[in-house]
Design a protein around this ligand. Structure first.
Ligand SMILES: CC/C=C\CC/C=C/CC(=O)SCCNC(=O)CCNC(=O)[C@H](O)C(C)(C)COP(=O)(O)OP(=O)(O)OC[C@H]1O[C@@H](n2cnc3c(N)ncnc32)[C@H](O)[C@@H]1OP(=O)(O)O
Length: 266
């Protein structure tokens, strides 16, 4: 994810929020933010972690990982206490709201798997470019973990791919391979892996060519109602998350899922 202002201005003072992403952090990609250290200054972030960068701080293609984001960190949702869950969820809300409502142009260069929380951050961007690799699935797979996507994940999905496609994909926890993601409108472009960054930059240039104030007002007009829906019910949404995630049956489901992931690795 590329925060445009700093990139466009070549701002060397832009904050590099700096740890290398791991599979369960949120989000990964080029905007790596520790959600537990909210408040976030999204407008000050750009290309934060790429170990190999060109002179503008732009990541070089060979640095692309196989995972754009593995979604929310499941270890933050397992075996902790209610206060921890509440703080974590508030930070997740904050991250999404700031990304979704950012006045910057945000282009997601999706160079790896992009499930659940990863997808939601990509959906908060203005445009998505996905690498054409059959392993790079994208979507909201929460039901496969035995959990449900919160209403604002669902809203973002519906806004992007429509009601029927969302209804089906959400219930099935379906992860779209690139060609299907393009067909349903979940991503805007699918390109060969080595062209993801250059395509994302071209897209960025296209969006930046529009007068800022007009683009920003229009973006706000399109997104405000969806964001307001969460803003009006933030506390209730946190309480709902905490009581849901604290259930023994949900904790059990998440632990089983995590264990499967670990075994698959072995
Ligand atoms: C009312 C609302 C209630 C609840 C809403 C809660 C919303 C949650 C939204 C979410 O985002 S849930 C998370 C969904 N994410 C996933 O299902 C992704 C799971 N991971 C994978 O499918 C794969 O790891 C991958 C395709 C992303 C990458 O595959 P690969 O490169 O082969 O890596 P590994 O599978 O070997 O994983 C390495 C390592 O990372 C651990 N891990 C993977 N994903 C997560 C995660 N989301 N959280 C925490 N940890 C994760 C995995 O277990 C491995 O751990 P080791 O300790 O064995 O290294």
């Amino acid at each position: 994810v590329w925060a445009a202002k700093a990139w466009r201005e070549g701002d060397p003072g832009g904050t590099r929020a700096g740890r290398r992403p791991r599979a369960g952090s949120v989000p990964t990609g080029f905007l790596d933010v520790d959600v537990t250290s909210a408040p976030l200054a999204l407008e000050c972030l750009y290309t934060p972690w790429a170990p190999g960068t060109d002179s503008d701080g732009a990541p070089t293609p060979q640095d692309c990982p196989r995972v754009f984001s593995a979604g929310l960190d499941l270890t933050e949702m397992c075996g902790r206490n209610p206060a921890h869950y509440a703080e974590y969820w508030k930070a997740v809300q904050e991250l999404w709201l700031r990304t979704y409502l950012s006045s910057l142009v945000l282009v997601a260069a999706i160079n790896g798997a992009c499930p659940a929380g990863g997808c939601i951050i990509a959906l908060a961007c203005d445009c998505r470019v996905l690498a054409d690799n059959p392993k790079y699935h994208i979507g909201l797979n929460e039901t496969l973990l035995g959990i449900t996507a919160p209403f604002w994940f669902k809203d973002a999905y519906v806004n992007t791919i429509g009601h029927r496609a969302s209804e089906q994909a959400l219930q099935l926890g379906y992860l779209f391979p690139p060609s299907e993601a393009l067909q349903v409108g979940l991503v805007d472009q699918v390109v060969p892996e080595d062209q993801v960054l250059s395509t994302a930059l071209s897209e960025m240039a296209r969006w930046l060519a529009v007068p800022d104030h007009a683009r920003q007002l229009t973006k706000n007009m399109m997104r405000k109602a969806t964001a307001d829906r969460l803003l009006r019910q933030r506390d209730a949404d946190i309480q709902n998350f905490v009581s849901f995630i604290c259930r023994d049956s949900i904790q059990k489901s998440l632990q089983v899922y995590l264990e499967k992931l670990r075994q698959r690795k072995g």
